[in-house]
Design a protein around this ligand. Structure first.
Ligand SMILES: Cc1cc2nc3c(=O)[nH]c(=O)nc-3n(C[C@H](O)[C@H](O)[C@H](O)COP(=O)(O)OP(=O)(O)OC[C@H]3O[C@@H](n4cnc5c(N)ncnc54)[C@H](O)[C@@H]3O)c2cc1C
Ligand code: SF4
Length: 708
């Protein structure tokens, strides 16, 4: 079957495709988008539910290899230091993203000439500025104007979000240290905007925003595209792009969820499948004219993958910060030490941002740390819950030829497209960068009064997928030109993060969408000069595939039966892991093996089978046997911990005992937060100025309670 020929065909319904599509539809182009996922169902998000943390680790996991949803494809990361995070559906990864929305600084576009690393971009900050401003208005960015370290431009459309108690502690500390900070810019509404509701600070942004306050691309772009006459074909897995006889791209082959093949023809094709999905598609579309992948005459397609180095520093405070709540997004940021400085022993830029730390399950099973079971469990959770904040360091990742996205030689997805194979080794500069910045971040957290700091030196996964089809003026050293159009195929464009030349030290999406909007503007201005492919012909023989269906996000299978003896043993095991105390009920007292177990399995059917094994294998119910289980059957032990802690912290009695009311809607009102402007906390930022070198090179004395 062949769809009506479109002016522009967009591959992928994330924010990059959305920004381009919205601009094109506004200018009167007919636009069709092919997207393998579906439109989001906001009612299905679990943020307001008891099981939000449990489902966040599976159905709403950031890692597609864990999530295994029906629209996901696996990614081979066996030769990679990092896993790859994404989301596949209308909105793309913005469905789960934090919505931190900073811009590249002017220096990020000129790393070779200014700091001696990477390559200069063919464009500069000023070229992108109108598109940054346009897309800020489209997403409804919230921020505070006037930051001397933020690149110049118009004010943000909305005022900043509250910085919360944790942000205020840190702001005061930064001020005492003389390190510049600023309330973060987020793609999250601080007031009603564009028919959307403001943020309610529920803090479950990584599992989808039920309020529609977060700038997810389905709302900021695709909703408007459809209202303007554009078409989004969901459940459409693209298998390859097809050229006409003259070497122009004629359209794309795709399969619907029933396995029926289709061909969509278009005058222009824009790839928007992200820095992993786009090189995958272009490599898989190799043909006699382009045997190494479409538009890959330079040999650079899939190379120079950049993923951002990320370190998480947890500061644990004696103060009650209610830090399970709050946008995530970030509260405040510091770019005091942002610019690259070779004297520190590494190259690259790095930004710091502060985030909330999640609910009780996240404290019981801390990211990058070992859980504490037995009598010390309660003190461990109590110390953290509502008292911990993250400082998230985003470090520039340098481009290396050997860090690549290729195709798996052995594995394909449901339509026979080879899955991507990521080969990535963390550069030495990234390790040194993170170690240096983590040291300064610990100083800042200590200054703010943290009783303890814990450092995850690097987070072995990334959602920032950049550089695999870089832009440039020279076809020998780049895949696309300065407008994102392929040097070798003039009606093929790339609008996602693949085109980045360097990665900057900030979250990339505001730059991705600004670039996409600029590519669209270029097509609009040059509409009459665009070479059109031959009228669509029979380039594709429709066929029907057997599409294997994955586990659906919302698919609920019946509660797998646990008999009475299993439940009794599970109850004993739960009391071993989390013994009751004077102020905390034992799991057996709150029905851990009864209604809570049923609720857990209802939310996480995948746990049932390993849990049966755990109960069977731990028949003796002793601490020693539980230790052995961790060695003998790691999956069963993990399922046991998740089910017991997950169920325990869903119990209303336990929530009352630990002072955790759940994730509550708190409509944003700046009045309920102390006013940092009146307190004069930003005045020193102006006094220090933006170029005070003495302040940006050093760092004070580290205190002893950091773990570095
Ligand atoms: C947990 C998480 C947190 C993040 N936090 C931030 C943040 O705070 N700030 C920030 O700037 N960025 C953040 N990001 C990154 C941000 O989401 C991405 O940079 C952005 O979504 C990239 O947009 P994109 O349109 O290029 O690609 P994507 O959003 O990945 O969209 C690509 C789309 O293409 C579709 N597609 C791919 N291949 C095919 C195919 N073969 N057939 C059909 N469809 C296909 C996919 O299904 C997907 O919907 C985060 C990401 C994650 C996962
Ligand atoms: S904290 Fe705000 S942005 Fe995040 S999920 Fe809640 S309402 Fe949405």
């Amino acid at each position: 079957m062949e769809g009506d020929r479109a002016d522009v065909l967009i591959l992928g319904a994330g924010p990059s495709g959305g920004a381009a599509a919205r601009r094109l539809v506004d200018a009167g182009f007919s636009v069709v988008c092919l997207e393998q996922g579906s439109w989001p169902d906001r009612g299905a998000y679990r943020g307001g539910e008891l099981d939000w943390e449990l489902t966040g680790l599976k159905q709403w996991a950031m890692d597609p290899n864990v999530r295994e949803g029906p629209s996901d494809y696996s990614i081979d990361v066996t030769d990679s230091d990092y896993g790859i995070l994404n989301f596949n559906g209308v909105g793309g990864a913005t469905t789960l993203f934090n919505a931190v929305w900073p811009r590249f600084t002017p220096s990020n576009f000129r790393t070779r000439s200014e700091a001696g690393y990477g390559s200069d971009w063919p464009i500069g900050y000023q070229d992108l500025l109108p598109y940054y401003e346009r897309t800020d208005r489209e997403v409804g960015a919230s921020g505070l104007a006037g930051n001397p370290l933020y690149p110049p431009g118009a004010d943000f459309p909305l005022p900043p979000l509250p910085i919360r108690k944790g942000g205020l502690l840190m702001a005061r500390a930064f001020t005492r240290l003389g390190w510049r900070w600023w309330p973060e810019t987020n793609a999250i509404l601080s007031a009603p905007y564009d028919g959307r509701n403001p943020c309610v600070q529920r803090g479950t942004c990584n599992q989808g925003c039920g309020e529609g306050a977060k700038g997810t691309a389905d709302l900021t772009f695709w909703r408007h595209v459809v209202a303007g006459g554009g078409r989004v074909e969901t459940g459409a897995r693209i298998s390859q792009l097809v050229l006409d006889d003259s070497g122009l791209v004629a359209g794309a082959e795709w399969f619907d969820s029933a396995g029926q093949g289709h061909f969509q023809s278009a005058d222009v094709v824009l790839c928007a499948a992200n820095g992993v999905g786009t090189p995958r598609l272009l490599l898989a579309s190799a043909c006699s004219r382009f045997p190494d992948g479409l538009a890959n005459g330079s040999g650079l397609l899939g190379r120079n993958l950049m993923l951002h180095a990320q370190s998480l520093i947890t500061g644990i405070f004696p103060d009650a910060l209610e830090s399970w709540q709050g946008h995530n997004g970030s509260w405040i940021a510091s770019q005091h030490f942002y610019e690259s400085d070779e004297d520190r022993g590494f190259l690259g830029t790095c930004k710091w941002a502060m985030h909330p730390t999640g609910g009780p399950l996240a404290q019981a099973l801390p990211l990058g740390g070992a859980p504490v079971w037995g009598p010390a469990h309660h003190a461990h959770v109590a110390e953290r819950l509502g008292h911990a904040v993250y400082m998230d360091l985003i470090g520039e990742d340098l481009p290396f030829d050997g860090n690549t996205v290729g195709l798996s030689a052995t594995e394909t997805d449901a339509v026979g497209l080879p899955i991507p194979k990521v080969t990535y080794r963390m550069p030495e500069d990234s390790k040194r960068l993170l170690a240096w910045h983590a040291g300064r971040a610990v100083e800042a957290l200590n200054e703010a009064g943290a009783a303890k700091c814990e450092v995850i030196p690097y987070v072995p996964m990334s959602a920032h997928l950049l550089g695999t089809a870089r832009m440039g003026d020279d076809p020998a050293t780049s895949v696309v030109d300065r407008f994102g159009l392929a040097h070798e195929i003039p009606n093929l464009g790339i609008v996602d993060g693949s085109v980045f030349v360097t990665s900057g030290g900030v979250n990339p999406t505001s730059t991705i969408v600004a670039l996409a909007s600029r590519t669209a503007e270029h097509l609009i201005r040059n509409r009459s000069q665009i070479r059109r492919p031959e009228p669509a012909r029979s380039v594709f023989i429709p066929c029907t595939l057997e599409i294997a269906s994955g586990q659906h996000q919302e698919e609920r299978v019946g509660v797998a039966a646990f008999d009475d003896s299993e439940r009794a043993r599970l109850s004993d095991l739960a009391d071993l892991l989390i013994p009751g105390s004077e102020s905390r009920p034992a799991p057996s007292e709150v029905g851990i093996a009864g209604r809570l177990l049923d609720q857990v399995i209802e939310a996480r059917p995948d746990l049932a089978e390993p849990l049966h094994r755990a109960v069977f294998e731990s028949a003796l119910s002793s601490p020693e046997r539980l230790d052995e289980l961790a060695v003998d059957d790691e999956e069963a032990r993990r399922a046991l911990e998740l089910a017991i802690a997950g169920g325990y912290y869903m119990s209303p009695e336990v929530r009352t005992a630990i002072g955790y009311p759940g994730q509550i809607a708190q409509v944003v009102s700046p009045d309920i937060y102390p006013n940092y402007v009146e307190e004069g906390l930003l005045e020193f930022v102006f006094q220090v100025g933006s170029n005070d070198d003495s302040r940006t090179k050093g760092g004070g004395q580290a205190k002893t309670n950091g773990t570095l």
